[in-house]
Design a protein around this ligand. Sequence first.
Ligand code: BV8
Length: 231
Amino acid sequence: MTSSIVILTGAGVSAESGISTFRDPDGIWSKVDYREVATPQGFAANPARVHAFYNWRRQNVRSVEPNAAHVALARMEREFRGEFLLVTQNVDSLHERAGSQKLIHMHGQHDRALCAGCGSRNEWHDEMSMRSRCPACQRVGHMRPDVVWFGETPYEMDRIQAALGQCDLFISIGTSGNVYPAAGFVRIARAEGARTVELNLVPSEGAVHFDEADHGPATRVVPAFVEKLLA
Ligand code: BV8
């Protein structure tokens, strides 16, 4: 009897909503060098280029909707009678818009801004640039997207690790298993005795660590898995 579930999602869960993934053949990292747009060094070297990258991504998600996989995960949270935590690597807000609430954005959110001057975090839906003013300290020139770049510490790691330590079911959805520490979560869960399931288009880099897998598009395999689990 499953009593505690942790779910990890990546870009693949948003792919069928029309948001590009990172490492698929036509993915984001085939168009831009992640070192230039997703590292603190890249931001320091050329903040305008980084702001343009996140403005472009923020613009892209304006017209997209949550898909059946996001909806199924929100249903699972509502109907599953046990501990539940959804950890996403994604910086889009499609999980929230589908109704997920027990949710951690471990890599931040691109519709939030972080002021490097005063440390405040605020919702931010418009263009952001070095001319943007911090709503808290009113200073200009310190605003950056509130996302976790390579070399930066993901958010809420203590809460995530505690949940991994006591879950008996770990499900990884739509992630290639390339980026750490997220890619290591399956091993932590497994070491604690959890059943591990991968729902992904194709086997990920970490496929060998999963007890079970269902490979196919998230809008098919996730609702099917949720249906079975809740039956
Ligand atoms: C950190 C910014 C220290 C936001 C991103 C070992 C241990 C610890 C760290 C490291 C380590 N080795 C290396 C590191 C450093 C580094 C790292 O992992 N480098 C990699 C490249 C080797 N990690 C870091 O720097 C991290 N910080 O380690 O701090 C620390 C460590 C532990 C504890 C405390 C502190 C910070 C990493 C965060 C970087 N930020 N993005 C943004 O702009 O989005 S990473 C970027 O990749 C995104 O955040 C994205 O979410 C993430 C992961 O990518 P995926 O989501 O998996 O997407 P991808 O395209 O790769 O795969 C999509 C999958 O979906 C594919 O498998 C595909 O088949 C599938 N799919 C496609 N379509 C569908 C589908 N599946 C289902 N249905 C479909 N329709």
